[in-house]
Write a protein that binds this ligand. Structure first.
Ligand code: 5AD
Ligand code: FES
Length: 355
């Protein structure tokens, strides 16, 4: 089948075979990417108009017990200077964010043993008591099901846990032996069962990734239907085993954003900081490819440089004290508007028989 016909089929049926996804990725041209973006933007506009949702990202700790080979805050990186925001500072960041118009806070951190349920539960309750109109999203890695349940009961609404790759073999290449693909997937299922809005996602151009692997990621998104899907280019970090590996590209990342929009039209799709890092207009390009969320940094400026997942991460200097204003201007320039709403995923009725 021709490329155009495959895109049309995806647009109408929201599903392709693994071979068809791989074929699309393998044979991408600028022309096809433009057509995919056009279809993706049209699809998104039908559901979300030209609204862009925003989430205030608070990076609560860069201590991590994991050792993912791609990540700058892996435990083996001895030159990483570690910090942990105390609860008062997290509350102050949320307060500040609320004043700026944020109605979703994302508490993100490494897998830090300090942040036990007993410490997180009162913190979550306090944020929800102070800001009952806000959604709280957690992004704290793999935990026990009971822990996810307690945090949900304390008021957490959403959880971001990228699956990183939907291929078990590729997963093993990116992670130390003690981590497993099966456990990652179990966490995602637990989160969904408990009632969280769930975010999955993967890196584009991570070491060892093949087009087949990416096709598997798309199939996974099609089948799991995460509420949110975070994808961004892999960017090397100089203190990791992948220091010399090439970074992902803007072109492929944007093409995949478009395909994911067509696969699951109501998905919340962030145009990520990593995309903005490899191209000064990367986040704008992501929106124009079909993304509809931006996640400005709300962490205290003093710790931002330390949350260095990859080299050159933007929004870490003094000039970035107010990422929200910066992104508002950037979005306006391309004809979009950042809105102050919680920005939950809209419901959607597939008109085909596939699901
Ligand atoms: N390049 C791009 N993204 C990265 N992440 C971690 N390290 C890197 C890197 N070197 C992403 C992972 C993780 C998320 C928080 O950041 O996908 O899930
Ligand atoms: Fe952070 Fe522009 S979004 S400085």
């Amino acid at each position: 089948m021709q490329m155009e016909a495959l895109l049309k089929k995806l647009d109408e049926r929201h599903s392709l075979t693994l071979d068809e996804y791989e074929y699309l990725i393998e044979n991408r041209t600028d022309e096809i990417a433009r057509e995919a973006a056009e279809r993706a933007v049209r699809t998104r506009k039908e559901i979300y108009g030209s609204s862009i949702f925003t989430r205030g990202l608070i990076e609560i700790s860069n201590y991590c017990k994991n050792d993912c080979l791609y990540c700058g805050i892996r435990r083996s990186n001895k030159s990483c200077s570690r910090y942990r925001l105390p609860p008062e500072e997290i509350l102050a960041s949320a307060e500040n964010g609320y004043g700026l118009g944020f109605r979703t806070f994302v508490l993100q951190g490494g897998e830090d043993a300090y942040y036990t349920d007993d410490r997180l539960v009162p913190l979550l309750k306090e944020i929800k008591a102070r800001h009952p109109d806000c959604a709280v999203t957690l992004s704290l890695g793999e935990r026990e099901r009971e822990s996810y349940q307690r945090l949900f009961d304390a008021g957490a609404d959403r959880y971001l846990l990228r699956h990183e790759t939907a291929s078990p073999g590729h997963y093993r290449m990116l992670h130390p032996p003690e981590m497993s693909f099966e456990h990652r997937m179990k966490c995602l299922r637990d989160l969904r069962d408990i009632g969280y809005a769930v975010g999955a996602g993967f890196m584009v151009g991570s070491p060892g990734q093949t087009n087949r692997n990416l096709a598997m990621d798309l199939k996974f998104i099609e089948e799991f239907r995460p509420d949110m899907c975070g994808i961004g280019p892999f960017v090397p970090h100089h203190e990791t085993p992948f220091a010399d590996k090439p970074q992902g590209t803007v072109g492929l990342t944007c093409f995949l954003l478009s395909l994911i929009r067509l696969i699951y039209p109501p998905v919340l799709l962030p145009s990520t900081t990593a995309l903005g890092t490899i191209d000064p207009l990367g986040r704008e390009k992501g929106i124009l490819a079909g993304a509809n969320v931006v996640m400005p940094n709300l962490s205290p400026v003093g710790v931002r440089k330390q949350y260095e997942l990859y080299d050159g991460k933007i929004c870490t200097g003094e000039e970035a004290a107010e990422c929200r204003g910066c992104l508002e201007k950037r979005m306006e320039k391309i004809g979009y508007k950042i809105v102050s709403e919680r920005g939950d995923r809209k419901s959607w009725q597939s008109t085909t028989q596939n699901h």
